[in-house]
Design a protein around this ligand. Structure first.
Ligand code: ADE
Length: 254
C-alpha cells in the first residue's frame, strides 16, 4: 500500500508518521507513506495557494490549480499499469469516516489524501480532482492534517503484518459494531478499585462470556446508536432486552 499526503504543512505530519506502529510499518516496508508540500505545485514567484472567496465572506480558500497539479503528479508517478489511485479530500463537509470505511480503504493499493484548510477548498477540487470527501467527525479542525493522520493510521494498522497476531484487529472496538470490553492489568487493586474477579479466575469460558456481556453493556451505555446496526448473537439479544427493561450487566454476571 502506498499513501501520499498533500498538505501546506508537511511538518505537521512528518513527526507523527515516524513514530510507534506507523513508523515501524514504514521502516519495514509494509506501507509507503510520503508527504508532499502543496506549495511546490503553486505557480509564480509567490507560489500563491489561496485566495479570498468569490461572493465575499471571510477567510481564504485553497485554489484548485496547485491541488490538481499535486494530485496529477502523484497519479502519473507510478507505472502506467499501476492501479488508479483513490483520491480523498479531508474536510468537515465530507462523508463520515468509520471503521467500515477504513476496512474498505485498506483494500486499495494507492491512496492520495488531500488536506483542506478550515476556511475552505475550491469546490472544483471535489468535483474534478478528488474521488470523494471524508470527515473524521462532527467538529471543525484548523485543517485536514490531523484527519489525514487519522485515516493513514486507521488504514495502516489493518494492513497484513502491521499488528502482531496478539493484537489482531478482529476483536477491536467496532470489529463487530460494538465497543470493546474494559481491559485491566496489574496491580489487582488500584486506588481501592479491584480487577473483576472473573478475569483472575482462569476460567476462559467465563472470561469470554463476561467480555461479551461488558462489550454490549458499554455500547448500551455509551453508544446506543451502534446497537441499531450491530450483529448480535441470541444471548446478546437477550441481555439487550434485559437492559431495556432496566437490568444491568451485573444482573447477568455468573
Ligand atoms: N478539516 C477540518 N475539519 C475536518 C474534519 N472534521 N474532518 C476532516 N477534515 C477536516
Amino acid at each position: 500500500m502506498r499513501i501520499d499526503i498533500v498538505t501546506l504543512f508537511p511538518r505537521m505530519l512528518e513527526g507523527p508518521l515516524g513514530e510507534s506502529i506507523l513508523g515501524r510499518a514504514r521502516a519495514r516496508g509494509l506501507v509507503q507513506i510520503r508527504v508532499h508540500d502543496l506549495r511546490e505545485h503553486a505557480e509564480g514567484r509567490h507560489r500563491v495557494t489561496d485566495e479570498p472567496p468569490f461572493g465575499g465572506g471571510g477567510g481564504m480558500i485553497l485554489k484548485p490549480e496547485p491541488l490538481a497539479a499535486a494530485v496529477d503528479a502523484l497519479r502519473t508517478s507510478g507505472s502506467s499499469s499501476a492501479p488508479r489511485a483513490r483520491v480523498i479530500l479531508l474536510g468537515p463537509a465530507g462523508r463520515r469516516f468509520t471503521q467500515a470505511e477504513a476496512r474498505e480503504l485498506a483494500r486499495e493499493s494507492h491512496l492520495v489524501l488531500v488536506c483542506g484548510r478550515y476556511e475552505g477548498v475550491d469546490e472544483r477540487v471535489s468535483e474534478t480532482v478528488a474521488d470523494e470527501e471524508l470527515s473524521i467527525g462532527d467538529y471543525v479542525l484548523t485543517g485536514g492534517e490531523p484527519a489525514a493522520l487519522v485515516v493513514a493510521d486507521a488504514v495502516t494498522r489493518l494492513l497484513p503484518g502491521v499488528l502482531g497476531d496478539e493484537s489482531a484487529p478482529t476483536n477491536d472496538s467496532f470489529a463487530r459494531g460494538l465497543l470493546e470490553h474494559p481491559q485491566y492489568t496489574r496491580p489487582e487493586v488500584f486506588r481501592g478499585a479491584s480487577v473483576p474477579e472473573v478475569l483472575r479466575s482462569g476460567d476462559h469460558g467465563r472470561i469470554a462470556r463476561w467480555r461479551q456481556l461488558m462489550s454490549l453493556w458499554r455500547t448500551w451505555q455509551r453508544r446506543p446508536d451502534l446497537l441499531e446496526t450491530a450483529d448480535l448473537a441470541p444471548e446478546e439479544q437477550k441481555w439487550l432486552d434485559g437492559f431495556r427493561q432496566g437490568r444491568t450487566a451485573s444482573d447477568f454476571v455468573d
